[in-house]
Design a protein around this ligand. Structure first.
Ligand code: GGG
Length: 356
């Protein structure tokens, strides 16, 4: 090769791969916050091959089905799933309560074995916990969400309702192991188990023993334990003490709404429903729900959806784009006018897209 010849580098590089992403806007503000998330992904230079899945309340009302097997099979063939929000307006008489959440969101978590629900929180200026930087690892396929229970003598004055909490050694241990590995990879190698072992003596005992057993494999990770009620107080008063929290499905659901509220608002809280073995697509969604009261008004904050999309890009190995989106979110939050509460959904999306 002569001195002036250009080496054949472009051909040597792998052609950029287009990621196949299922988009489930869902209900309420779901579709509008996802539109902003996808705008930002595109501005970050990542090409997605998106397929929109019309699922949620309207789909149920027109077809009588929440998620049919054929659609589930198509979803399983995607690289990742981006979901907005699921749930009918509160008090809706046309959709039975919880049908969509259980039939769509929980079914996807169970069928795709998305056993880790990862929810990162970084305190924003002016929030209750401005110096906090922690991650909650919520077990995502068991606990009271597994659907064990039923009614006896329903509709009579003597009726009984039971709701079991399913805790398998396999399910708990794999989630705890994920949390230890995550804690080990972070600068502050600290992991807190949150449960209610003093009262929930069976589930709590299994969680404690699984936690202790896995801890032996991670001598470099400092550990602690808190009852869930005490953890609520610590989150409000000293959230900067936490590094990684691992907890069961129900405690994790509740704690992460609180975590969102103390770090800048639920409109910022992102999540990844992960199958760490990658045998099925993982699912990314803002922690907030459908918020029907503000749907269509332009008042919904799309940052949680945008940050969830960044988590999806990280999962898809688009690390540079994911980092630029996260940095742009922090940059916008440093702009004092952002906190004036007058930004529209599209305005926030545009501001992030420009920065990215
Ligand atoms: N994007 C989150 C969403 O739609 N949440 C509705 C809900 O009720 N989720 C319950 C859960 O996360 O377990």
């Amino acid at each position: 090769m002569s001195e002036n010849e250009v080496p054949n580098r472009p051909e040597a590089r792998e052609a950029p791969r287009t990621h196949r992403v299922a988009v489930i806007g869902g209900d309420g503000i779901g579709p509008e916050v996802l539109a902003e998330a996808l705008k930002v992904v595109s501005a970050a230079g990542v090409e997605l091959s998106t397929t929109y899945y019309d699922l949620g309340a309207d789909h149920y009302l027109s077809t009588g089905e929440v998620l049919d097997d054929e659609t589930l099979a198509r979803l399983k063939s995607e690289d990742a799933i981006l979901l907005g929000a699921v749930g009918p307006p509160i008090g809706s008489s046309s959709v039975p309560s919880g049908l969509l959440e259980r039939g769509l969101l929980l079914r996807l978590r169970f069928e795709l074995d998305l056993y880790v629900n990862l929810r990162p929180f970084v305190g924003t200026p002016g929030s209750v916990a401005p110096r906090s930087d922690f991650v909650v690892v919520r077990e995502n396929t068991e606990g009271p969400y597994a659907g064990e229970g039923g009614f006896l003598r329903k509709g009579t004055p003597q009726e009984v309702a039971t709701q079991g909490s399913v805790n398998t050694r396999h399910g708990v241990e794999r989630c705890v192991r994920f949390a230890f590995a995550l804690a080990e990879s972070r600068p502050r190698r600290h992991l807190t188990l949150v449960h209610k072992t003093n009262v929930l003596q069976f589930a709590g005992d299994l969680w404690s023993r699984a936690f202790a057993a896995v801890a032996a494999d991670y001598p470099g990770v400092e550990t602690s334990y808190q009852h869930v009620d005490a953890a609520c107080i610590y989150l409000v008063e000293r959230a900067d003490r936490f590094g990684v929290i691992v907890t069961d499905n129900l405690f994790g659901d509740i704690l992460t709404d609180l975590a969102g509220a103390i770090t800048g608002g639920i409109g910022l809280a992102a999540s990844a429903n992960l199958n760490p073995a990658r045998t099925t697509p993982s699912l990314f969604e803002p922690v907030h729900g459908a918020a029907h009261d503000i749907a269509g008004t332009g008042a919904a904050n799309p940052l949680a959806a945008i940050r969830s999309a960044a988590m999806m890009l990280e999962y898809l190995n688009e690390l540079d784009a994911a980092k630029r989106i996260e940095a742009s979110v922090l940059d916008l939050q440093a702009d004092t006018t952002y906190w004036s509460n007058t930004w529209s959904t599209a305005g926030v999306g545009d501001a992030i897209a420009e920065r990215v």
